[in-house]
Design a protein around this ligand. Structure first.
Ligand code: ADP
Ligand code: MG
Length: 708
């Protein structure tokens, strides 16, 4: 029995549906090789793809509004008579026409126009036009309306459906796209349907409507469609598609996981002496949450297939110790560990921490840094290759081609959110040589449940749910830059009182060079303003030795104030620092702000964070900084971050990556995720034959990111 028959019964027009996938785009009128290429560029390769290129929004051109009734900002379809036209020689020359109906008068303004246009728009000419109402010099105006001339002999009907606005591409105008997609939709009117791969058990249990109907409706919503529902993304047709899209994404990640479950990993048994000795020497007692998380990791490491586990815990919850314990379990079983971190500063810091912890146990901690060249590098590589080095710490240089391990049993990735989904997945590929190592992925940006269920659906999850005792929440205030002097005065006072502070400079432009310049300038200015304060500077462009020196001086208290770029975001641990100023916090994502703020409040002093913003703030920026002021809860902040910025940015991958959705929106559709989860489990076990088709439909070319 064929796959599709099995899930949908005999009556489905399977072949016809396939035709939509197979018919070349050039079979549509007006699509030649050049348009076809443009469509390819936006991932559209078949008629089916066209049908799944869904509108971003709609315009209502189904009724003509009385001119007297329009309001500012409305998008309206108007019809009336031209009352006259003239050239307006304002700052920019433009053609201004009056348009009147029985209810009122409005102006149409054209900055680009031809003599023929001016001629056509003569007094008395009937015109129908569409555009946005703005306030102009002459009262309400529409700039560059779309219009056509009406003559009574040849009346034009109004549109019957709402007009879709598609995500555009260069060289493909809306009209053209609308026309092409319109033709594809016509194919649906015949006996063709979009193949509905979902088993009946799922669609009927969820009350999902017909896929073909949903597609049709979203392209051409009839006038009576609840546009409000559509714009809020809660129309049943959208739910139908969002569900399937989220399902396809989850299937993609789960399939990856299943593949890995079939690989062999070295079983790393628990209960080794090393772990006991390590715990006995720690200057503090592990929290119950740390122990519970380690318990879960430990039992995963015992398995003969690779553990893939995400360890989440808020900033400062003590993930590093848990990573150490996990490493010791691997090392105790005669295996090596690689610890990958996103920045050199963090790798350096981990080298110190882990050397202090592991060297007394007789273990070797190695460091593969950008700095290691020549003989040092050769030696380090040899130690990894011959198995001398138990734990190697480094940035992604750790997984370059010339790097080999003798017996790699565990890979730990710290601060995963800085790497992004693709990097994580590609790493798995690199690590594969015979036995697959176990993987522990740590993140200090708590991952909203919604993301955990999609972008991280290939990972099991452990959470460190409490902070070590004695931490006081950081008190956060939001202050405009006009009050900068108060802030510097406060720093002066804090330093006098023997506290230490960070001053973090941010820039919109990710360019490191500019960031560093800004930090340099700030350090200089603060130096002049606060002569009594010893100031250090740290940024990404400094030599590693210099960075180390500055960090050491700050740690030992030689420096009071550390001016820094966001390089200190991850992992920097100086418990005595208790004040942080973040300049232009409105430029950063919430998760990043939370990370930065996590650099203070590590000791038992009461700590403060000042968000020094550049006014005026936009409404959303105000809300976002408000979230920071009101909450210290990383999970709450992460949810808000996702709401404000969407998964693409939260995951740190700007490129159209795995997690860009066409219809679904994670925060909005969170309520679908439980059902998506069980549907994906059901499909993987009972209908594995539809997995490919679903993934292909929704992820198309993108799926190769996940084909590891
Ligand atoms: P993060 O989870 O952000 O990586 P770290 O592992 O850097 O946090 O830990 C933050 C600080 O808390 C470190 O100085 C660490 O030594 C300390 N710490 C970790 N666990 C405990 C504990 N159980 N009790 C007290 N301090 C702890
Ligand atoms: Mg950490």
């Amino acid at each position: 029995m064929s796959a599709k028959k099995k899930c949908k019964g005999e009556s489905k027009p399977i072949l016809q549906g396939r035709i939509l996938e197979q018919l070349p785009l050039t079979s549509l009128k007006g699509v030649g090789p050049s348009i076809e290429k443009k469509l390819h560029n936006i991932g559209i390769r078949s008629i089916q793809d066209l049908l799944f290129h869904l509108p971003l929004r709609y315009q209502d051109r189904t009724r003509i509004s009385p001119i007297g009734s329009v309001r500012l900002g409305d998008n309206v379809l108007l019809q009336g008579e031209i009352t006259g036209n003239r050239i307006d020689f304002g700052r920019r020359r433009s053609l201004l026409c009056g348009l009147a109906d029985a209810s009122g008068l409005i102006s149409l303004r054209f900055y680009y126009f031809t003599a023929a246009q001016k001629n056509n728009l003569q007094c008395g000419q009937k015109v129908r036009c569409y555009g946005e109402v703005r306030r102009g010099k002459s009262g309400f105006e529409i700039y560059h309306p779309e219009y056509h001339l009406i003559n009574d002999a040849n009346p034009v009907p109004v549109e019957e459906n709402l007009t879709p606005i598609y995500p555009a591409t260069e060289g493909l105008q809306q009209n053209r796209l609308r026309n092409i997609i319109g033709q594809a939709l016509k194919l649906l009117d015949g006996s063709n349907e979009v193949v509905d791969y979902l088993p009946q058990t799922i669609t009927s249990a969820l009350g999902l409507e017909s896929l073909t109907e949903a597609v049709r409706l979203l392209h051409l919503p009839p006038t009576e469609t609840a546009l409000d529902w559509i714009s809020h993304g809660i129309h049943p047709a959208q739910k139908r598609l969002s569900f399937e899209e989220l399902l396809a994404h989850r299937l993609c990640m789960r399939r990856l996981r299943l593949k890995s479950d079939h690989q062999q990993a070295p079983p790393l048994l628990a209960g080794h002496d090393l772990c006991q000795q390590f715990i006995a020497h720690l200057p503090f007692k592990l929290t119950a949450a740390q122990l519970a998380a380690f318990e879960e990791i430990s039992s995963g490491l015992k398995n003969t297939h690779p553990m893939l586990r995400l360890l989440q815990g808020d900033v400062g919850s003590g993930k590093t110790v848990v990573a150490a314990l996990s490493s010791l379990q691997a090392i105790g079983n005669g295996h090596q560990v690689a610890l990958m971190v996103p920045t050199e500063i963090l790798s350096e810091q981990h080298v110190l921490t882990f050397s202090n912890w592991f060297e007394p146990l007789g273990l070797n901690v190695g460091w593969l840094s950008r700095r290691s060249r020549g003989a040092t590098r050769t030696e380090q590589l040899a130690a990894m290759k011959n198995g001398d080095c138990d734990l190697t710490i480094g940035t992604h240089a750790l997984f370059q081609e010339d790097v080999e391990f003798q017996k790699l049993g565990l890979i730990i990735i710290d601060e995963q959110h800085r790497f992004g989904v693709h990097q994580r997945l590609s790493l798995r590929e690199k690590a594969r040589q015979g036995l697959s190592p176990h993987q522990l992925v740590m993140t200090a940006t708590p991952i909203p449940r919604t993301l955990a269920m999609s972008a991280y659906a290939d990972l099991d999850c452990s959470i460190i749910s409490e902070l070590p005792p004695g931490r006081t929440p950081v008190n956060t205030v939001v202050i405009p830059s006009e009050r900068r002097n108060e802030v510097t005065a406060r720093i002066e006072q804090a330093c006098k009182d023997n506290n230490q502070a960070y001053w973090v400079c941010t820039l919109i432009d990710e360019s490191e060079a500019l960031q560093c310049q800004a930090a340099e300038a700030t350090a200089e200015a603060l130096g002049k303003q606060l002569p009594a304060v010893t100031i250090g500077l740290i940024h990404g462009r400094m030599k590693p030795e210099e960075k180390t020196r500055v960090m050491d001086n700050f740690k030992t208290g030689l420096l009071h104030l550390l001016v820094a770029t966001t390089v200190i975001e991850v992992g920097v641990d100086v418990p005595s620092a208790s004040l942080m100023v973040i300049e232009n916090p409105e430029r950063l994502g919430l998760a990043q702000l939370h990370q930065l703020r996590g650099r203070v409040g590590r000791g038992n002093k009461s700590s403060h964070c000042i968000l020094l913003y550049q006014s005026p703030l936009s409404q959303t920026a105000k809300q976002r900084l408000g979230v920071m002021r009101d909450s210290n809860d990383g999970f709450y902040i992460a949810e808000k971050d996702l709401e404000f910025r969407g998964p693409g940015q939260v995951l740190g991958t700007q490129q159209a990556g795995l997690m860009s959705f066409k219809v679904a929106e994670l925060s909005r559709d969170a309520n679908l995720l439980d059902e998506v989860k069980s549907a994906s489990a059901l499909i993987l076990t009972q209908h594995p034959e539809i997995v490919d088709a679903l993934i292909h439909r929704w992820l198309g070319d993108k799926q190769h990111f996940a084909q590891v």
